[in-house]
Design a binder for this molecule. Structure first.
Ligand code: ZN
Length: 672
């Protein structure tokens, strides 16, 4: 039913009919009484935002003939798995018609963006620009949109601030994203590492001590985040290293050790990667039974991942090895470069068994699989069921150049070749597992990829890649939001103009002072462009921050921030600039720490006394301030909860270097 909306612009200009509403004559937003929850939600959102834009309360029901109406509905003849929508006016009624309830939600936000002037740039009300207008006008001719990528998702893997987490789901819907990937804590985790909900009282239980960060239980997700997903009609992907979620060793190992991999002569010798004995039919049957139960209880789950645990292992039992194309594979060290043909085959057979077992009862559910580590290449021995969604992890990518052949990047050439190999033999849905936040290694410091992302997707789409699940956190969403905005837009448009993304971000996140902070963000993008012009690759590393700050210039950044602080209009803009000021201070302290440490290490031989002095300054002056800014509360949304533990490693290195230098200095000048 739907075609490219651009094709429909010309008739709109030709017939010139325009739908109008104003503060004096505000629209009534209507939908069927028994409309699905997401449709009613979209109507409430339209009322809320249009009321703010026009500065008035919208009428509850439609009045006379001249009363403008916005009517929301789902196209009755549509395919409910689709997510497109049509915007079109007929007389005084503006129709937002979705192919599904989620399509209506996307259509409502697009109406607010396109005709209301809203920009949903960052988390929560502070991250959005909502203009004041006397009138709203929209061309009557139909605008039809359908996503260009089937999978547009972010991840929720650990317990983070509940309010910010809810805001991130809201941000996803506003920017046309559809899949929430989540990973509830498996049974074997100790209770002190899991935030859960008391089954009697319904209260959230948070352990007192936290070493690094908490996981969340399924009950916590169901209570706090799942309602947000459901009310918007979004889709859940239960995914990510979850073999042991489906077959918990605590529940089954004592009675059935033979269900788990034989590694180095021991059943359950290592609960890593392919830790299940997949040639054991009872083990596979139990895993499938548990998955089917989960799908019955969780109808929003549209992708059910069956994903090996992290790290490396596979079963070495006779029955497993007997089915291997190469009997040595189970005993050799393999990597993503070599691949492991036998492990790939075992995994493909398991995915096919699950896909087969859910096909009839859950026709709209896909089985998720991974292409990662030595499972990166497709199987040469068996066809994967087309009802699978495989994410291919691109952890080795060069972030300053697009994934495209012939772009002076050996790593990206290789990824492109692997993707092409998959597309030759695989009929299912191939997506990327992307790292637009530069992994944990980046420590919430800048990783400006937004322009590269806009360059990536035309080529990836041509190859047949159908989207990405983006590894990301709630607590540093703002640090990488420009990257994710670029990806979200690529999900709906064939060609995305990066300048438009930048304009929307600056207006959305900073309102009237967007121009004052523009040189910071454009400077970062330019620095990535400069890297691509040279021969180096861009890979996740916290040390990158020194390059980026030098390129953009600390003085320039400070001037921009000072001007923005001075010119900020209203509390929202002031708060947004304050958060950016804190984030930039964190960047500076991080760069200072690395500079100081490297300089001190360099002085070890020539002048250990000077090196020691530098480390004293680092550990006694810079460090306490850095520590303050590594707390997510210093700039909510900018610094991830994993960051303090990563910096602790740096502190330990600095301390041991200090001890070393002290010894050298003492040897140089023995006491009199
Ligand atoms: Zn086995």
């Amino acid at each position: 039913m739907l075609t490219l909306w651009t094709a429909c612009l010309l008739p709109a200009l030709a017939n010139g009919a325009v739908w109008k509403a104003s503060a004096e004559n505000p629209p009534a937003v209507t939908c069927e009484k028994n409309a699905a929850e997401p449709v009613a939600f979209a109507a409430a959102e339209l009322r809320r935002y249009l009321g703010r834009i026009l500065g008035t309360t919208l009428p509850e029901i439609a009045g006379g003939d001249a009363q403008p109406i916005i009517h929301l509905a789902v196209d009755a003849g549509g395919d409910s798995t689709k997510e497109g929508y049509e915007l079109r006016a007929e007389g005084p009624t503006f129709h937002i018609t979705g192919q599904s309830p989620l399509g209506v939600v996307f259509g409502a936000y697009e109406f607010l963006r396109r005709h209301g002037g809203c920009r949903f740039a960052d988390l929560g009300p502070d991250g959005e620009f909502v203009p004041h207008k006397e009138r709203i006008e929209a061309p009557a001719a139909p605008v039809r949109m359908e996503p260009k990528l089937a999978y547009r998702g972010l991840q929720f893997s650990f317990y983070e601030d509940p309010e910010l987490s809810r805001q991130r789901i809201d941000w996803m819907a506003k920017n046309g994203m559809n899949y929430v990937m989540y990973r509830p804590a498996p049974e074997h985790l100790p209770p002190e590492s899991v935030v859960t909900v008391d089954s009697d009282t319904g209260e959230v239980q948070k352990p007192e001590v936290c070493n690094v960060y908490w996981w969340f239980s399924k009950s916590w997700f169901d209570k706090v985040l799942r309602p947000e997903v459901r009310k918007r009609g979004m889709k859940l992907d239960m995914n990510h290293h979850n073999f042991l979620y489906w077959l918990p060793q605590g529940r089954y190992f004592a009675d059935h050790p033979e269900w788990y991999s034989l590694v180095d002569g021991k059943r359950g010798g290592r609960f890593s990667q392919m830790c299940i004995c997949t040639s054991n039919p009872e083990a596979v049957a139990q895993l499938i039974q548990n998955i089917r139960k989960y799908l019955r209880e969780n109808p929003e789950v549209k992708v059910v991942g069956v994903i090996p645990q992290d790290h490396m292992a596979m079963c070495q039992c006779d029955r497993c090895v007997a089915g291997d194309p190469n009997p040595a594979d189970a005993f050799e060290k393999t990597s993503w470069k070599t691949g492991n043909r036998s492990k790939v085959l075992r995994y493909a057979k398991l995915l096919n068994a699950v896909a087969d077992a859910i096909r009839d009862d859950f026709p709209d559910v896909h089985v998720g699989g991974e292409a990662y580590h030595d499972l990166l290449w497709p199987s040469r021995d068996v066809q994967l069921d087309p009802r699978t969604v495989i994410w291919l992890a691109v952890h080795m990518r060069d972030g300053c150049r697009p994934i495209q052949a012939g772009k002076q990047s050996a790593a990206n050439d290789k990824i492109f070749a692997i993707l092409a190999e998959w597309k030759k033999v695989y009929q299912g849905r191939l997506i990327l597992y992307e790292y637009y936040m530069g992994m944990n290694a980046q420590r919430s410091l800048p990783y400006p990829m937004s322009e590269v992302i806009c360059e990536d997707w035309p080529h990836l789409k041509k190859l047949g890649v159908e989207g990405a699940t983006v590894q990301c956190w709630t607590s540093n969403h703002s640090a990488y939001v420009l990257n994710n905005l670029a990806f979200a837009r690529c999900g709906w448009h064939d060609h995305v103009d990066h300048a438009e993304i930048m304009d929307d971000y600056l207006l959305g996140a900073y309102g009237s002072v967007g121009e004052q902070v523009r040189p910071i963000f454009e400077g970062l993008v330019q620095a990535t462009r400069d890297l691509a012009g040279g021969t180096s690759a861009m890979r996740p590393s916290a040390g990158n921050v020194r390059y980026f700050l030098d390129k953009v210039g600390r003085d320039r950044i400070r001037q921009c921030l000072a001007q923005a602080s001075q010119d900020a209009a209203g509390e929202r803009e002031r708060r947004q600039v304050e958060k950016l000021v804190a984030a930039v201070r964190y960047w500076e302290l991080a760069a200072d720490t690395f500079n100081c440490y490297n300089k001190a290490a360099g002085l070890k031989k020539s002048d250990p006394r000077a090196g020691l002095q530098l480390l004293d300054e680092l550990l006694e002056e810079t460090w306490p301030e850095l520590l303050k800014y590594t707390q997510p509360s210093s700039a909510p949304g900018w610094v991830c909860i994993t960051v303090p533990s990563l910096w602790e490693r740096t502190r330990k290195s600095a301390q041991s270097l200090r001890e070393e230098l002290r010894t050298l200095v003492a040897a140089e000048s023995p006491p009199p």
